[in-house]
Design a binder for this molecule. Structure first.
Ligand code: UFG
Length: 319
């Protein structure tokens, strides 16, 4: 199929594009390179540098059948400091993109959503039925987008699937995480292992979890990309489906650090710091709907595999 992938120069986007190309799709990437990297766009994809707000210029006459929309601002902390940026880039940008699609006759979209829409849930295992109650502007912007997609699909000739990612990790071939500055747990711990940072600060050890540190549902970026490949076949006009993507099991921060020590053979010193604002203690999702609606089966559920792949990636890049 002829596809437009927004954000295809980013971490997750580059892996999604790589998998779509492997499946034989014709892919055009639209990315403004505000966070992504030109050399992260897999060979074989067409590249256009630009904003999703101007997507009409790219869509007109191009014959796209589906848009895979990953372009977004996605840092929780930044969203608290700069909520207007999240309103502008995520909410308004996505509305412009969808308006352009509908005006120009492209009626299918797969959109990146997030666990952050659930806020601080009081259930052990989240499902798509769990109440949405975001606690930061990032989660709120993604929930607004999901709600807007529901209205657009109810109103007529439009199909949408929101994929709500939990904690994405790992690498695929030459595509991996290259954020500057890095804030995510696994790449930050790998920077400590490489001697680029003295130690890792663990944000709180007084959570109601077995070892007191936060528990997250880590999901391999290749499994995330495969969900996008499968979602393509699940799009139905008039339907907006919401699907959580996780493994259904949690790892604590201490557990992840232990995996990093085992994989790298380095000591990875840690220190305990205060809790980070807005961090829920536990975020783990059921993946029953993903299995039922998409036929998705996560193939790399072990956090050690994710750390192993990420470690190989940073070593190969010498980053
Ligand atoms: N953590 C540390 N020290 C660090 C970095 C992280 O202890 O230096 C902890 C965090 O407190 C958290 C866990 O490691 O408990 C994972 O943190 P990340 O920053 O790697 O990921 P988040 O869970 O904060 O964020 C992810 C996605 C967001 C999404 C969010 C939903 O990256 O896009 O899940 O909750 F919004």
């Amino acid at each position: 199929m002829r596809l437009l992938v927004t954000g295809g120069a980013g971490y997750i986007g580059s892996v999604v594009v790589a998998r779509l190309l492997e499946e034989g799709h014709d892919v055009t990437v639209l990315d403004d390179l505000s966070k992504g990297h030109r050399d992260a766009v897999p060979a074989g994809a067409r590249f256009i540098q630009g904003r999703i707000h101007d997507a009409a210029l790219v869509i007109e006459g191009a014959g796209f059948e589906v848009v895979v929309h990953l372009a977004a601002s996605s840092l929780v902390g930044e969203s608290v400091e700069h909520p207007a940026k999240y309103e502008e880039n995520n909410v308004l940008g996505t509305a412009r993109l969808c308006n352009a699609m509908q005006t120009l006759g492209v009626n299918k979209i797969i959109v990146s959503s997030t666990a952050a829409v659930y806020g601080v849930p009081d259930v052990a295992i989240i499902t798509e039925e769990t109440e949405t109650a975001p606690v930061n502007p990032y989660g709120s912007s993604k929930l607004t987008i999901d709600n807007d997609l529901a209205l657009r699909t109810q109103a007529g000739e439009f199909a949408a699937i929101s994929l709500r990612y939990f904690n994405v990790a790992g690498a695929y071939g030459s595509f991996g995480e290259r954020h500057r500055p890095e804030t995510h747990l696994i790449p930050t711990a790998l920077e400590v292992a490489m001697g680029q940072r003295a130690s890792l600060t663990i944000f709180g050890d007084d959570f109601p979890t077995p070892d007191g540190t936060c528990v997250r549902d880590y999901i391999h970026v290749l499994d995330i990309a495969n969900a996008h490949v499968l979602a393509m076949a699940a799009l139905e006009i008039g339907q907006h489906d919401i699907v959580n993507l996780g493994n259904g099991s949690g790892f604590s921060v201490q557990g992840v650090v232990e995996a990093v020590r085992n994989v790298t053979g380095h000591s990875v010193p840690t220190e305990i710091g205060p809790r980070r604002a807005g961090d829920p203690g536990v975020l783990v999702t059921s993946n029953e709907r993903a299995r039922a609606h998409l036929g998705w089966i996560p193939e790399h559920p072990d956090v050690t595999t994710m750390v192993d792949d990420a470690w190989r990636f940073v070593q190969e890049r010498g980053a």
